[in-house]
Design a protein around this ligand. Sequence first.
Ligand SMILES: *[C@@H]1O[C@H](CO)[C@@H](O)[C@H](O)[C@H]1NC(C)=O
Ligand SMILES: *[C@@H]1O[C@H](CO)[C@@H](O)[C@H](O)[C@H]1NC(C)=O
Ligand SMILES: *[C@@H]1O[C@H](CO)[C@@H](O)[C@H](O)[C@H]1NC(C)=O
Ligand SMILES: *[C@@H]1O[C@H](CO)[C@@H](O)[C@H](O)[C@H]1NC(C)=O
Ligand SMILES: *[C@@H]1O[C@H](CO)[C@@H](O)[C@H](O)[C@H]1NC(C)=O
Length: 472
Amino acid sequence: MKTVATFAAGALVASVARAQVVQWDIHRRQTETKLTRRQDGTVTEVITNEKLKGGYFASCTVGTPGQNLTLQLDTGSSDIWVPSIDESDSKSFLVVGENEFSISYVDGSHSKGDYIAETFEIGGATLTNLTMGLGINTDIPYGLVGVGYVASEAIVDSTRSTSSAYDNLPLLMQKQGLIATNAYSLWLNDLDASTGSILFGGIDTEKYHGDLTRINIYKDSRSGVFSSFTVALTSVQASSSSGTDSLAAEFPIPVILDSGTTFSYLPTELAEQIWQEVGAVYYDEVSLALLPCDMENSQGHFSFGFGGSGGPMINVTMDELVLPLTSGSRSIPLPDGPNAGQAACQFGIQNFSSSSTSFLLGDTFLRSAYVVYDLVNNEIAIAPTDFNATTSNVVAFPSEGAQIPSATAAPNQAEVTQGGSLTTPSYGASGGFQDDKESAASIPPPLDLSRIAVIGASMGLITVGSGFFLLF
Ligand SMILES: *[C@@H]1O[C@H](CO)[C@@H](O)[C@H](O)[C@H]1NC(C)=O
Ligand SMILES: *[C@@H]1O[C@H](CO)[C@@H](O)[C@H](O)[C@H]1NC(C)=O
Ligand SMILES: *[C@@H]1O[C@H](CO)[C@@H](O)[C@H](O)[C@H]1NC(C)=O
Ligand SMILES: *[C@@H]1O[C@H](CO)[C@@H](O)[C@H](O)[C@H]1NC(C)=O
Ligand SMILES: *[C@@H]1O[C@H](CO)[C@@H](O)[C@H](O)[C@H]1NC(C)=O
């Protein structure tokens, strides 16, 4: 893990006084999925999700002198919190809200404790007096760095007042002069690569293909403020050697771009069409859509369109959408259906039914995109990622409120209205998805799915309490 501070002039200088961008390298971590014992008393097997429940982690220091910590980066929440800090060893430690910190995430995990103000070092840049949570009581083994809007800070939720919001990381970076405006770019990189980066205050034109296109972020309809990175998904297409299908749904679908969530979650009707294209099957036993692992070699892809016609389109290939499901080091076979006996993998697009919250495009989508988050103009710019790019050309935002550099607005956003294709596709692409791959060998069945229960496998770290979204 290395962190670098990158300066507008391109030179690496030891001082941050003139810095306009701060880059933070992030790496994907593989942790074990939590398990529950099933009611019927059957044996619970340990499932290790190697690429699952990954999340992107970065190194930073907290306190004076700095104490090393590794925290998960999350665009779906807005607080930094740390599980512990040796307060007697830090000269800058200050409690600013005793017992006032309390955050819960949609997967049921939580963290509670004090608000503290501390010195925080990130990517070679130092912030003083940054408010963060100290998670004295938590069931999460690592802390988080939430970089979302201040309106979704946990304190705003618990006091039900936006006036209790404090300056969180990206906003304080701007106020303390480390970056010109409250904006950053996220490059997660390939599923098979272990590192990506977040660049505060700038974009890197060498990390994407084509041009960046700007789309609007939508307000929360209940509070009327910008509180999450909700954008309008306006089309989904499936393409393979055998054809292209436009999938049916009530577009636009409000989707949150959330780096703290491993999978993507779309409305059940749309997810079912995507599953049919690739031959994925939903299993109630694990509450997941699974597919044969060799589908990662399929040549088909899905195209996600945003912001109406002429808006940005991101293609996601099958090798980004097939995630392992193993028990210890053993594969688990699909129990039934046309692919029975083949090694089972988890599909990167799962379903969710909700009338009250938005849907989620998590890491299985975000890895295929370079995404710039502009929290001042309330816009996101997006372009197809350049996987494994090794060169860099950083362009800083020149001033507070400046628009995203090198980006043009999606031309027809004003026309985005409720509606969309409700005609079920003919699944012309399906044959190509399932044929364009190497043939799979069956594996001996070491155990069956009904003996496994997975919990907390995936749903990420969007804070509970997000409301309806004001769309269209
Ligand atoms: C903290 O991390 C830095 C950089 O990786 C390392 O040089 C230093 O020894 C670490 N300090 C502690 C106390 O582990
Ligand atoms: C630190 O931040 C708190 C709250 O954000 C503020 O009240 C306080 O004045 C700040 N202290 C310093 C030394 O800047
Ligand atoms: C990116 O790098 C990883 C690790 O070296 C490799 O497995 C993967 O195939 C590369 N991706 C592309 C698109 O070249
Ligand atoms: C994305 O997929 C669509 C449909 O297959 C194709 O027309 C387009 O050229 C692809 N875009 C990129 C950047 O590969
Ligand atoms: C997901 O889809 C399956 C089958 O299509 C359905 O049984 C399940 O209830 C759905 N899950 C959610 C959370 O909507």
